[in-house]
Design a protein around this ligand. Structure first.
Ligand code: ZN
Length: 322
């Protein structure tokens, strides 16, 4: 089935002034000025539309849509912000999560996003089917999605930050990770649904969970995701708990690979930026969160330079008008 998206008002692609031909889920042909495609099955009149690539969201917590700007969490840095919200989040039930996912995905779709990545790491009793709920809503709304099976197994009693009521033990986490990988994960290019494994952050997990998650990702050919180097507090926690900096913890547990993308990456030093670039580790920039929680600024240009190997040069400065 070849569909011509015909004669758009404007299009964000060169040599496609008269639109594109879509075959299945791929763009099969660009139609240039004064051209017409040879063989098509249907035409979509795009004369009142602008054609843009879908935006890609690389890190989200859909369930937090319900507690956005909660009064108890205003004007706090990351750790006190989390501690204020964990007790509220511990009362999350499947019907709340379903609505939160639906709302978050609807917001994303309305903003032009067609691929999303939810990181769900909160598992109070009764919410064991969180991944199944997210997959169901994504299929219903037609968005492409990486559902990150998050996890936390280090609660306050083990020196971590979250309360006991929202964490699971390692065996439960790994068994459920395998269950959802078998059920939903599609590693093929263009897949509608993928599963990633996503231990939450160094202050809420064990070293062992990182290692075992990496082994499982290798077996099922899926991506790995976690929060890393978001705040100074996290760096201090790692030095105290593991005796190493956060990036060294990744190295020791088999996470320095192109299978991995990290959220935040604010507090890397220059040597770590180079090391992550060599390993092909991705980092997604969470600018709004970093500003709200005053976490710092991600050095995105240096990261990009190290990842691609191409030098980044600052745009020329122009003299402001006087
Ligand atoms: Zn996050």
């Amino acid at each position: 089935m070849r569909t011509w998206i015909k004669d758009p008002l404007a299009i964000f692609a060169e040599g496609a002034e008269r639109g594109v031909v879509v075959e299945g889920s791929r763009i099969a042909e660009r139609v240039g000025r004064a051209e017409a495609p040879e063989q098509i099955d249907s035409v979509f009149d795009a004369s009142r539309h602008v054609v843009l690539p879908g935006l890609v969201n690389a890190h989200h917590h859909f369930y937090q849509t319900l507690t956005r700007a909660h009064p108890q969490a205003i004007n706090k840095k990351l750790f006190p912000w989390l501690v204020a919200l964990y007790p509220i989040w511990s009362r999350l039930r499947p019907e709340h999560l379903r609505l939160a996912v639906r709302m978050a995905l609807t917001e994303l779709l309305l903003s032009g996003c067609t691929t999303a990545a939810d990181h769900h790491y909160l598992y109070p009793a009764g919410l064991e089917d969180a991944v199944d709920i997210a997959v169901g809503e994504a299929l219903r709304l037609g968005v492409r999605m990486t559902v990150s099976r998050g996890s936390m197994n280090r609660s306050v009693k083990d020196g971590g930050l979250p309360p006991d009521s929202v964490v699971q033990d390692e065996d439960t986490i790994l068994a459920d990770s395998e269950r959802v990988l078998k059920l939903f994960h599609d590693p093929r290019p263009g897949a509608r649904i993928r599963i990633a494994l996503a231990p939450c952050s160094p202050f809420s997990i064990s070293r062992d969970l990182l290692t075992e998650s990496a082994r499982l990702a290798e077996r099922y050919d899926c991506q790995l995701h976690t929060h890393l180097c978001e705040t100074d507090d996290e760096e201090q926690f790692c030095l105290r708990m593991y005796g190493v900096r956060p990036v060294d913890l990744l190295e020791e547990t088999g996470w320095m690979s192109s299978r991995v993308w990290l959220a935040h990456g604010v507090h890397f030093n220059a040597e770590e930026i180079a090391r992550l670039g060599r390993a092909g580790v991705g980092v997604c920039h969470c600018a709004a969160s970093n500003m709200v929680l005053a976490s710092g600024v991600c050095r995105t240009c240096e990261r990009r330079e190290r990842r691609s190997g191409s030098a980044w040069t600052a745009p020329p400065r122009t003299t402001p008008p006087t």
